[in-house]
Design a protein around this ligand. Structure first.
Ligand code: ZN
Length: 335
């Protein structure tokens, strides 16, 4: 871009040249580039929304034989957060899947398998897992599922699996709504769901495992952001704490300047801790109150290895002997 800037100096005002350039590091651009007369229109290209994803899928599926049961709209709906490269990868994986089975056309099941592969990594079917590990994983994942099902303001579940993929022994997948802003009660619910896995382990085994490490990291990170970045703590008020120089490209904080006192630092730690502990208790209570369902779902998952949302809901409905809908009846909580 700097080279282009130099070249542009040589243009006459009556030369009809339009210069287009792209970068994923807008944060480090020379301000001179962005002055009027240089690059004076800025077009931000965010991750595509559902309409965008459908359009991108259409482009990549153009010269590929699709079976009649493939609906690009449905695929677009079920792939929130996918960028263009992910979608292109998805179509290619689906085509490979169909070719491997010597099919003439790519059908819906190929897309489903491809999506799991893109999102969760390759299945490691040959991995040998002890029965204890498997059971522990099943309870852990159902912990996430059940807490998510019992709190109304959470993302819907897509599926849960205990087939090892990539680095993890089991996974729960959600279908996040495309929200541009998130409310506090939604974030608190998200934290409770993240802690649901660990809570289930503690209830069932009276002990905890290393399997929840990533969940805890994400929950703590969210809680800290709520307090420090989004002013969501009643005790500390609508302030932000800590100025960050973020390396946007890598999504990492490279430096943090502390702009608050030692005393505030302690209160921040306290608030983060409170949010985590309260929501851990909330998750645990929900699971204890629905212990029978926890066992039922975990046993079913152990047997089938994969449960999708409709199967989970069916089990939950059938389980409930009184005919009350246990789904989405536990109220939300504000704190
Ligand atoms: Zn987990």
């Amino acid at each position: 871009l700097n080279q282009m800037l130099v070249e542009m100096d040589g243009f006459d005002t009556d030369t009809n040249i339009i210069m287009i350039a792209a970068t994923n590091r807008p944060d480090i651009l020379d301000p001179a580039l962005l002055r009027p007369g240089r690059f004076d229109r800025r077009v931000v290209v965010p991750i595509p929304d559902i309409k965008g994803r459908k359009g991108i899928l259409k482009v990549h599926a153009k010269n590929k034989p699709l079976a009649d049961d493939v609906d690009l709209e449905t695929i677009a709906k079920s792939t929130p957060g996918f960028c263009g490269a992910d979608l292109s990868n998805l179509v290619n994986e689906a085509a490979l899947m169909a070719a491997r089975k010597e099919k003439k056309k790519i059908d819906r099941s190929d897309f489903e398998v491809a999506k799991d592969k893109v999102v969760m990594g390759v299945e490691r079917k040959s991995m040998i897992i002890s029965p204890q590990d498997k059971e522990n994983t099943a309870y852990h994942e159902i912990g996430h599922v059940l807490v998510a099902k019992l709190i109304p303001e959470t993302d819907p579940i897509h599926k849960v699996t205990i087939i090892p993929r990539g680095w993890s022994l089991g996974q729960t997948h959600y279908l996040p709504d495309e929200k541009y802003t998130k409310q506090r009660k939604f974030l608190l619910a998200e934290i409770a769901v993240l802690l649901g896995g660990r809570a289930a382990e503690e209830i069932i085994n009276k002990d905890v495992s290393t399997g929840a490490g990533n969940d805890l990291e994400r929950a703590t990170d969210l809680a800290r952001k709520m307090v420090c970045d989004w002013g969501m703590s009643d005790k500390l008020g609508p302030l932000t704490f800590g100025k960050k120089e973020e390396q946007i490209f890598l999504g990492r904080e490279i430096a943090q300047h502390r702009d608050y006192s030692e005393e505030t630092a302690e209160r921040i730690d306290e608030e983060v801790r409170r949010i985590i502990l309260e929501n851990y208790e909330r998750a645990k209570q929900l699971l204890v109150d629905n212990m029978g369902l926890l066992h039922r779902l975990a046993r079913e998952l152990l047997e089938r290895e994969v449960l999708d949302n409709s199967e989970i809901e069916k089990i939950m409905r059938e389980y409930n002997p009184l005919g009350n809908d246990v789904l989405k009846t536990a109220g939300g909580q504000d704190s």
